[in-house]
Structures are given as C-alpha cells and as structure tokens.
Design a protein. Structure first.
Length: 265
C-alpha cells in the first residue's frame, strides 16, 4: 500500500514538473526585440539595409503608421508578415522548437502588437537548455521506476558491473551521509537505458513509438544519451546535431514519457 502511495505522489510531482517545463517556460524567455525602421522617415530604408549588413541581421521590422505588418531583408525587399509566422509571448518552448524546424523565424506578439522575433539561433540560449534538462530529468525518474517494475531486487545489476563502479562510490558516500537512496538512484541515464534495453517491456515501448528495428532503437538511445550529456555538460553537440534532429529526439522522449507513465499507473 505504501509503495502505491509513494508512486502516486511521485506521479503528481512529475506532472507538476511537466506542466512547469512544457507550459511555463515560454518563448518570452528567449526572444529578441524586433528592431524596426520607420517607413515615413526619408532615407530610413537605406539606413536599415546598412544596419543589417553592419550587425549581420537577416531582417528588420518595417513600421508603417506606427504598426509592424511587414519586414525588410538585406536586399531591401519588403515582405508581408504572414499570420502563420506570428506567435504570442506565452507560446511554450516545446511548440517554438517544433515550429522552428519548419521556419527560419517567428514574430512575437505582445499586447496584440508585434514587438519581438525568435530564430533558430535563439534555441542555443540557457532557457532552452533548462527546458531540455527538465524533460530529461523527468524521463530519467520514470526510467528508474520502470526498472524497479521490471526487475526484482538487484537483478538489474547483472551484466553491467563495470558500469556500476562509479555509481557504487557515489552510493557509498551518500549512505555515509544517511541519504535515503538506492544504488539505482546513483546511476546515469545511460546505464538505466542499457538496463532497460534488456527488457521486453522497453523494446515494446520503443516499437510503439515507431522504432521497430534494433538499429533504429540503438540509434535513438545513443542520441538520447548524447543529448543528455550535452545538456548536462554543454558543448558543441547542440550546434553540430542541428535543431531539426534535436527536436525529433525530444519528441521521442516525450512519447516515451507518456508510454512509461501509462505503464506505471
């Protein structure tokens, strides 16, 4: 009975975290103010083109009658801002990541006025790393609980003794401080995924999200491990991988989170 209560509490906490990371961290934390030029001022268009070249901007807002409904590019061509390229400042980062795999930029509304812009370059900012950190942390907690569901006692340790050397050292130090943890809690996500890879349950979950072959499964899990390492220890992986690929990995993690949550109920 106590275990069921603890699992219920854990799921409530995970749901709170999901709502925080998926809904509360929005585009307003990574957008840039949209620099504009006023079309009514003489010679402003040429000044705008010069400014874009100097500052390496791709576009500037085109203000007409004190409203922004167009933008100008480096060649001086004025284009209409399409409705599908406009979002509000409370749009969740998860949605922004998905949209920016298809678009170069998005214009951001504040109080029904376009005042900001967000591009793929803005996805390198700290709030995005924080968002990914949160989702990966939720995923890791669920993987831990799935291992406990799939294995009895310490059976999960079989065949991965070498990977547990560091975890055992950490576990020993924490136990000396009277921390209420188990060895499994001290392992990295990569180890947890290796353990789960030996279970039919996890293979079935991967099948359900479209990873049918062993090669596809191994490739996805490698990418998840690499993403975890790059987020926890930021390096050039995020730039090298490309946000289209990272967004696809994120989507798969999100799908697995939902599948594992359903399984643990």
């Amino acid at each position: 009975m106590m275990i069921k209560v603890l699992l219920h509490i854990m799921r409530l906490e995970i749901q709170d975290l999901k709502e925080l990371f998926e809904n509360e961290i929005s585009v307003k934390y990574i957008l840039e103010d949209l620099i504009c030029y006023d079309s009514s001022v003489e010679d402003n268009k040429q000044k705008a083109i010069s400014l874009m070249k100097e500052q390496d901007f791709d576009i500037l807002g085109f203000k007409e009658n004190n409203r922004i409904s167009h933008f100008i590019d480096k060649k001086g061509k004025v284009r209409t801002i399409k409705i599908e390229d406009i979002i509000t400042e409370v749009t969740p980062l998860s949605d922004v990541m998905n949209l920016l795999t298809q678009k170069k930029r998005l214009f951001v509304l504040r109080n029904n006025i376009i005042t900001g812009i967000v591009t793929r370059a803005d996805l390198q900012k700290t709030p995005v790393l924080l968002f990914l950190f949160g989702i990966l942390s939720i995923f890791e907690v669920l993987c831990t609980e799935l291992i406990r569901k799939c294995y009895i006692g310490d059976e999960w340790e079989t065949g991965i003794e070498y990977s547990l050397i560091g975890a055992k050292k950490t576990f020993k130090k924490l136990k000396e401080k009277n921390e209420e943890l188990e060895l499994l809690d001290c392992t990295y996500l990569s180890t947890k995924l290796d353990v789960l890879s030996n279970t039919e349950v996890f293979h079935d979950l991967l099948n359900q999200i479209g990873e049918k072959s062993d090669e596809d499964k191994d490739y996805l899990l490698k990418n998840v491990k690499d993403l975890r390492n790059s987020v926890f220890h930021p390096r050039d992986y995020l730039k090298e991988k490309g946000w289209n690929d990272i967004n696809q990995i994120y989507k798969k993690i999100e799908m697995l989170i939902k599948k594992i949550e359903a399984l643990l109920k």
